[in-house]
Write a protein that binds this ligand. Sequence first.
Ligand SMILES: CC(C)(COP(=O)(O)OP(=O)(O)OC[C@H]1O[C@@H](n2cnc3c(N)ncnc32)[C@H](O)[C@@H]1OP(=O)(O)O)[C@@H](O)C(=O)NCCC(=O)NCCS
Length: 320
Amino acid sequence: MTRFRPFRNSDPPALVRLWNQAIPPSATARPLRVHELDTHAFGVVPFEAPGLIVGERNGRIVGFVHAGFGPELALASIPPFQLGFELGTIAMLVVEPGLDDQELAPGLLAAAEHYLRARGAKVVYAGGLFPLNPFYWGLYGGSEGSGVLSGHESFHRALIDRGYQPVSSTVLLEADLSNPEPRDPRAALIRRQTQVEFLEDALPANWWENLGVGHCPLTAARLLNKSDGSPLAHASIWDMQGFDREDGRSRIGLINLEVVPDYRRKGFGRFLVSEILRRARANLVGLVEVQTAASNQPALALYASLGFVPIEHSTLYRLP
Ligand SMILES: CC(C)(COP(=O)(O)OP(=O)(O)OC[C@H]1O[C@@H](n2cnc3c(N)ncnc32)[C@H](O)[C@@H]1OP(=O)(O)O)[C@@H](O)C(=O)NCCC(=O)NCCS
């Protein structure tokens, strides 16, 4: 018999134990420490205790589910810390291995759906893809947090059994910096026309990004036109602390890559990313991680041309 109840302040050690048993090792921070779960999940603005529900058997926590909401959009025009309550998401489901039976996972999902609806959700998603990524960015899902990781089988199974349907897919890619640097025939010309700037200890792009990765060292990279200093492209890099515990290889995450629309297809995106890889190599970083929608062919082709390979994919689900 499983008892479902909301989060209590004394729960984190048991939740971390479950995380370390049940979360897949790829694209996650594992083994996790208790204070890290506090930083990324329980200590953040969107956290509400009733949205984190634990399942107990004989007084022992055997699973938890965590639901929440994204920011009101658009981020730039709305005052900080305002959440949008129409769309809710089940950001995480963790069940003790071997116990994902007909009672535990469905019961947790039902409790999370009930919480989301009671708070105003009209549509229920599962997985944490921006803007529905209130928790776990920086612990789960690689460089940006995304949907349910392909290796997180118990979460997928529970969602599909309950009638959730996949709505989008994200590819997680990795560049191994011990491999030789790919050659770019246009690099010499672009180097003459442009200037690359790295700004260390950069500020996050907005309050939502600050909740996710603001506590990690963040670097902003900009590609500028040498003649007039106008921007051509930008990206940010964060130090993916904790993701190296399984294989001992340090990682940085590349986010917010964007080339100014009028300057696309001229090699600037590839040049900026290759400069980021070059700098990472010089700083003895082992791996660079990125992710993009499975439908974003330009980004996938750009990353492939620089030696990135897919390592995982993740899925966002919706309850019809
Ligand atoms: C994805 C993006 C960064 C590419 O930047 P870019 O400067 O236009 O790309 P490049 O000119 O450096 O292209 C490098 C390679 O990527 C591929 N590529 C880039 N744009 C492409 C497109 N529209 N269609 C197909 N392939 C494309 C090609 O293989 C290209 O090599 P080639 O020109 O020798 O054929 C740019 O389109 C962009 O800012 N998109 C919007 C934001 C975005 O999607 N960011 C990525 C999120 S992870």
